[in-house]
Design a protein around this ligand. Structure first.
Ligand code: C2E
Ligand code: MG
Ligand code: MG
Length: 636
């Protein structure tokens, strides 16, 4: 006797999963479509299995035709179910094979053979010949000699799944997905083995149901793709959708971005702003009926829609809507928006490149003038690709000690003698050409690698000082740049002090240059500079004139030197006025020493000397040169 009592609760739980699944917004991607096929195949298999089992148990009460048909249907459903599970693995592993690809045809062959054999068994099966999966006669249902084929096909698809998971394992981003694909395939395998050993217990369906649960929890749960109280899809969904629709020219991406999001968040508070964003998300979904709306954090919405969409008229409508407040029970927000449009095909570049460019476009749109359209084209994508290759160069330089230390002399304005130097990093690209810091420093800053990079430059500078001796070169100190993100590390003082100690040099011989960007929080700034000065380090304010520092803030910081950015030096030399001389007078009154950067000729030397600059740095004296060359040139 076959037992099928536990099939009923399985069917009920499957129903609940489906109900939940359909009650949430779903992304139209392959894995979701295949998931539905799995659930349908599993439901059909269970129903047919119960009917077939009942008919086999009580075969006297049923016609032979029914017994034949229901068993044939069972085997067909069984094969289809094995196949769709395999297809699910292929979809989550992001394997794309053309429909006409020989491999895709071959992989379907066991399924086709299985179905053909089941139909063949139904029509011709009897006890006399040996080529049937099953046959029925007056004694009821009997397995045929080809019954093993059923399991072979099941095993074939599970093993193919394992094989693909191994070969394309790097396509699975999250650990949840890696464990997920392994677990559901193990459950499928166990189900087949148990069915093979104990055919009378229908435990296989329970194990398959567990496999579906794993699939749902690891890959399908709609919540993974939702944002803003489930109103819109999130960035994970956007990436997934772009990945799958790379070659689809029927998709036009565009962006609608809340301007000055951070400021708005400060003004309204996070709870209010999030409620407002949910309202905006809902509104955009209604406005772009045929599009898909994604929320990409920080007030940025991306919409994927048909290229036929008249974006200009949508833009007008949305701008008009934003003239009114966003209101709900406890919210009344006045916001403005910027727009981004993309004049390029999605499929030309990698998804990562496209997504990164898109995020940059959205960010730019958020700081553009209200209602303004920021257009992004091929150039921007090429820029993103370039950034990627710069990131690789930085990685390679960090790993293989590929940094070169360059030094630029700094001259005493009165004596004209070299008194110090600034350390500047250089790395080479794949072709061995030197990359200017203007290119790689911002990339290192945005990727966080500036910490490693900065520390290497500092280490190299200390080593250089200990090997060559400052005195021997006739200089008193070397300036090293410190990026804002390095400056905010709480362990900075310990790390830098231990490096200086390792090389046996006095921390005071290295002056740290920070820009105004690092001076975000007054209290923290003072604490950090305090901790560093306690260890003996000295600070220089770099690029003065490019930020928003006011004198009262500077007064609180024990800088030993303020470096005027070359842009204000050049402006003054072109068109002298009273502002810079007065500013310098104020700085000197506060006890700061002043350096002018970007000195390129005698006229500039004189102008800067006349207004009271103490130190001068620029191509007029020397361009930055390799540290070894510097030591040779200036050593007595
Ligand atoms: P910075 O700290 O303001 O460095 C001065 C920059 O001005 C250097 O550019 C230098 O070559 C350039 N310069 C000096 N004199 C003249 C001149 O007379 N004319 C012109 N046109 N340029 C002059 P560089 O080496 O390309 O570095 C650019 C920026 O990259 C630096 O500006 C600094 O902010 C950053 N940087 C360089 N190395 C490092 C580093 O190791 N760590 C960090 N955090 N930033 C670095
Ligand atoms: Mg500097
Ligand atoms: Mg500077």
């Amino acid at each position: 006797m076959w037992s099928y009592s536990f099939e009923v609760p399985i069917l009920m739980i499957l129903g609940i999963i489906l109900l939940f699944y359909f009650s949430r917004p779903r992304l139209p991607i392959r894995r979701n479509r295949v998931f539905l096929q799995i659930v349908i195949a599993e439901t059909l298999t269970i129903i047919i299995d119960v009917l077939a089992t009942k008919a086999c148990n009580e075969f006297d009460d049923y016609s032979l035709l029914w017994l034949d048909v229901i068993n044939m249907l069972y085997f067909v459903a069984f094969f289809l179910r094995s196949y769709v599970f395999y297809r699910f693995s292929v979809s989550v592993l992001r394997i794309t094979l053309g429909k006409k690809c020989l491999f895709s045809l071959l992989i379907k062959l066991p399924l086709i053979v299985g179905i053909a054999m089941a139909i063949h068994s139904m029509i011709f099966g009897d006890s006399g010949t040996k080529t049937y999966i099953y046959y029925v006669d007056a004694g009821g249902y009997h397995s045929g000699s080809m019954y093993y084929l059923v399991y072979s096909i099941g095993f074939f698809y599970v093993l193919m799944s394992f094989l693909c998971s191994y070969m394309f394992r790097n396509n699975l981003g999250r650990r949840r997905e890696k464990y997920g694909i392994f677990s559901y395939n193990v459950l499928l395998l166990a189900g087949l083995i148990i069915r093979l050993c104990m055919p009378k217990y229908l435990i296989m369906d329970t194990l398959l149901f567990m496999a579906i649960l794993v699939v749902f929890l690891a890959f399908i749960n709609p919540e993974y793709f939702l944002d803003l109280r489930a109103v819109t899809f999130n960035v994970v969904a956007l990436r997934e959708h772009l990945e799958e629709n790379k070659g689809n020219i029927c998709l036009a991406p565009m962006g609608v971005v809340v301007r000055n999001y951070q400021e708005m968040r400060d003004i309204y508070g996070s709870a209010q702003i999030e409620e407002g964003l949910a309202l905006i998300g809902k509104y955009l979904k209604q406005t772009f009926e045929k599009g898909i709306v994604f929320y990409c954090r920080n007030g940025r919405f991306a919409v994927l829609t048909s290229p036929k969409t008249d974006f200009e008229s949508k833009r007008k409508v949305i701008t008009e809507r934003f003239e009114r407040p966003w209101k709900s029970m406890n919210v009344e927000l006045y916001l403005t928006v910027g727009y981004a449009a993309f004049d390029t095909e999605i499929g030309k570049h990698s998804t990562e490149t496209f997504l990164n460019t898109m995020m940059r476009a959205l960010e730019k749109a958020g700081s553009a003038d209200g209602g303004e359209l920021t257009c992004f084209g091929e150039d921007e994508l090429v820029k993103t690709e370039k950034e990627k290759s710069i990131r690789q160069c930085i990685e390679a330089a960090i790993e293989k000690d590929g940094f070169e230390l360059y030094l630029q002399p700094i001259v005493n304005a009165v004596t004209g003698k070299v008194i110090g130097a600034e350390a500047l990093a250089r790395i080479k690209d794949q072709d061995g050409k030197i990359l200017p810091p203007g290119l790689f420093i911002p990339v290192a800053e945005s990727s966080g690698r500036i910490n490693a990079l900065g520390e290497i430059v500092f280490d190299r500078t200390c080593k250089f000082i200990s090997e060559n001796g400052l005195e021997k070169m006739g200089i008193e100190w070397i300036n090293v740049n410190l990026s804002p993100s390095q400056f905010i590390r709480t362990d900075l003082a310990e790390r830098y002090a231990s490096i200086a100690e390792k090389h046996g040099i006095n921390p005071g011989s290295v002056h740290l240059e920070i820009t105004e960007g690092a001076m975000i929080d007054d209290a923290f700034l003072q604490k950090q500079i305090g901790a560093m000065t306690e260890k003996g380090f000295k600070f220089v304010l770099d690029d003065y004139g490019t930020g928003y520092s006011n004198l009262s803030r500077l007064k609180k910081c024990p800088f030993i030197n303020v470096k005027l950015d070359m842009s204000i030096v050049w402006d003054f030399c072109k068109e002298p006025d009273a502002i810079l001389p007065n500013m310098i007078a104020a700085f000197k009154h506060m006890g700061f020493c002043i350096t002018a950067e970007g000195i390129e000729d005698d006229g500039m030397v004189k102008a800067m000397k006349d207004i009271g600059c103490d130190l001068l740095q620029g191509y007029h004296y020397s361009k930055p040169i390799p540290a070894g060359e510097f030591a040779e040139k200036y050593s007595a």
